[in-house]
Design a protein around this ligand. Structure first.
Ligand code: FAD
Length: 395
């Protein structure tokens, strides 16, 4: 039996552990995380193109999504691939229940990974604040400062779960972007997930070079509610975050026995910050890689979280956004106004065909994007290390 250590039991760590169980990988799996509680610390949303291991935790589905811009509002009908919502606590509960039933899995909570040392010819050593663990393979999902090169953006957001005195929201329609807010210094929009006529998450979001202070985000949320005529409300809960929108590459496999997963491994889509579905797909691909490696003794490089062409298109888009942030709102408006909804949903969900991508490209100013696409053509790998495919021992 081999030993696998998973550093971090958040979205990616739990997903990788579950994927290894689903694949029937015969290994002792130890998850280490300093947290001791799994609360609703975030909500995950995505377009539902395919079922995944947490589909049963979906609590709300919207059949319509909206984008509002000073030049007009467009509502897309997405009933075939609804925009769905998973509260984090339901996801954590589903994962922990499943892991608790697996005799080969242990969860070490309240314990912090300090350092991971991968020594040639010996198991990796995972040092924690309580001791040391030996591992034949380590999946590392500890939070990390994203790579930052000049021009890299972050997605900074903070929101309120509000309950209003009067029915004001349309629970059938999620607002992905309300761009009718001040735009200086980045792309700025309000995101609204209405759960009922009186309850919604209202989130202020910026794509900018630096995160905004939470108080500034919250001022914009309050201003948006006031402008929408919502005066009597209470704030039930808050969420906030900063996600990488980096054009520079992430490190996927810093050494043969260590694989970065989740945001640390570049799972967040550079152009949108969405990561949940990419994490699920990546976890499955990694589990298949481990199962194959154990069965054959041959280990290639660990699979990356997304195909290279998706990263290339995102870099093109981000390069234009960074060069002309003042045109960002208009670019998003054009995308939603001109691309057919099915194609746009597939594009946003990283499951697109060449025709879908062409439809997106034709909606954008063609000349500047085509020139940028050529400039970005030199492929950049997300992996810094490509182990030899013919390696025959455990990595
Ligand atoms: C508020 C919020 C909302 C989001 N909404 C969406 C969304 O709607 N759709 C979408 O696709 N993406 C969304 N994302 C982005 C992304 O899906 C999440 O950030 C996701 O949780 C990333 O998974 P992860 O495993 O990389 O990080 P996390 O889930 O944050 O897990 C990291 C884990 O590492 C642990 N840890 C920290 N330090 C150590 C240490 N020293 N040793 C061991 N463990 C450690 C932490 O306690 C944590 O459990 C959202 C992010 C946030 C913050």
């Amino acid at each position: 039996m081999k030993d696998i250590v998973v550093a971090g039991a958040g979205c990616a760590g739990l997903s990788v552990a579950l994927a290894l169980l689903e694949r029937g990988v015969r290994a002792r799996i130890v998850l280490v995380d300093p947290r001791t509680r799994f609360e609703r610390d975030r909500t995950w949303c995505h377009f539902e193109l395919e079922p995944h291991r947490f589909s049963a935790a979906v609590t709300h589905r919207w059949n319509r999504v909206r984008i509002a811009h000073p030049a007009g509002t467009r509502t897309l009908r997405v009933a075939r691939t609804p925009y769905c919502h998973l509260p984090a606590d339901a996801v954590y509960r589903a994962a922990l229940d499943r892991l608790a039933r697996a005799p080969n899995v242990s969860l070490r909570l309240g314990e912090r990974v300090l350092e991971i040392e991968d020594r040639a010819g010996a198991p990796a050593c995972v040092r924690t604040d309580r001791g040391e663990l030996r591992a034949d393979l380590v999946f590392d999902s500890r939070p990390v400062r994203p790579p930052s090169a000049p021009g890299d953006l972050v997605q900074s957001f903070a929101g309120w779960f509000v309950r209003t005195d009067l029915p004001v929201f349309d629970p059938r329609t999620a607002t992905l972007m309300d761009l009718r807010v001040p735009q200086q210094g980045g792309v700025h929009f309000i995101y609204v997930l209405p759960f009922s006529e009186t309850e919604a998450l209202v989130e202020d979001t910026w794509f900018a070079s630096q995160p905004l202070p939470i108080e500034r985000h919250e001022t914009f949320v309050a201003d948006w509610l006031a402008a929408a005529g919502v005066h009597g409300y209470s704030v039930l809960a808050r969420e906030q975050g900063v996600l990488p929108m980096a054009r520079s590459p992430f490190t996927l496999q810093p050494s043969p026995r260590v694989v970065h997963v989740g945001l640390r491994g570049g799972a967040a889509r550079p152009s949108t910050g969405y990561a949940f579905v990419a994490i699920q797909r990546h976890a499955s691909a990694l589990a298949a890689w481990v199962a194959r490696g154990m069965a054959t003794g041959r280990w290639g490089a660990a699979p990356a979280p997304r195909a290279a062409h998706v990263g290339w298109l995102d870099r093109v888009f981000l390069a234009r956004l960074t060069a002309h942030p003042e045109r960002g709102a208009e670019l998003f408006h054009r995308l939603f106004a001109r691309v057919p909804s099915d194609r746009l949903v597939r594009f946003l969900s990283e499951s697109f065909s060449v025709r879908d991508a062409l439809s997106v490209m034709m909606a954008l100013p063609f000349g500047p994007f085509a020139r940028q696409a050529l400039r970005e053509l030199a492929p950049r790998s997300t992996a810094t290390l490509a182990p030899r495919a013919d390696r025959t021992s455990w990595p």
